[in-house]
Write a protein that binds this ligand. Sequence first.
Ligand SMILES: NC(=O)c1ccc[n+]([C@@H]2O[C@H](COP(=O)([O-])OP(=O)(O)OC[C@H]3O[C@@H](n4cnc5c(N)ncnc54)[C@H](OP(=O)(O)O)[C@@H]3O)[C@@H](O)[C@H]2O)c1
Length: 255
Amino acid sequence: MNSEFDMTDKVAMVTGASSGFGVNFAKILAARGAKVVVAARRIDRLEALVAEIKADGGQAVAVALDVTNAKSITDAFDAGEAAFGTVTVISNNAGVADGRSALKATEADWDLVIDTNLKGVWMVAQEAAKRMAAAGVGGSIVNTASILGLRVSFAQSVYSASKAGVVQLSKALALELGRKGIRVNALCPGFFLTEMTEMLFNSPQGNAFLASAPLGRPGDMDEISSPFLLLASDAGSYLTGVALPVDGGQCIGNM
Ligand SMILES: NC(=O)c1ccc[n+]([C@@H]2O[C@H](COP(=O)([O-])OP(=O)(O)OC[C@H]3O[C@@H](n4cnc5c(N)ncnc54)[C@H](OP(=O)(O)O)[C@@H]3O)[C@@H](O)[C@H]2O)c1
């Protein structure tokens, strides 16, 4: 891989690092030399990930984080900073799904999805940016949005609204934070097998949908790694305010 993807001496935080994309992002950052703060609610899984990263020669620390709770966010940044110094690379990745139809979604569904996927992303990004600005350093914030932030699909109204919010938030933050040397981008994955998408991958209808992408298949976890690193690392030093689909062409759609 290109040396511009090198992350040596960078301090990174990955939210939602207890499963799925977050595990992958934490491992690839650590493999390229970053000191990685892995954060989520299931601390046992984070400890196992840290052990794996250390066994491979990397550096990582586990911190408990609930992105819906402002105090938990400041505590997580305090713990990460105490371990490794100012965090300058953020994978703002924690998220929850919602699959209820428009007429069945409840206020509780709305609150959970928006609080986690949109307000949580905003609070983590703001805390990160405040700390970078106070330390006088720039950095890179990569918000995990979705192609459902760019397009819509059945039974995804609440989730799509949350992810469209993340896309627009990323652009607005990029505008305001650019002069401080802080880049903000949105990664917009199509469909990859994680705990969130297991049901889709395990049903015949789901598989037919996944095969409808122009490339004819869902993504392999490895295929999100380089696009993520492009946004996170200095390889993307002139990229900010971008919403990058990584979806085998799924969001092109077929009229
Ligand atoms: N898989 C896909 O095809 C796909 C496509 C587009 C976008 N995405 C997005 O990718 C991101 C990662 O999802 P995934 O597919 O990897 O699913 P996943 O395996 O279910 O992972 C979700 C992660 O979010 C964390 N999380 C949820 N609520 C949290 C909270 N309140 N505070 C802190 N962490 C929280 C979970 O950790 P704890 O439960 O331990 O806290 C878990 O680590 C999400 O933003 C998702 O919307 C996924």
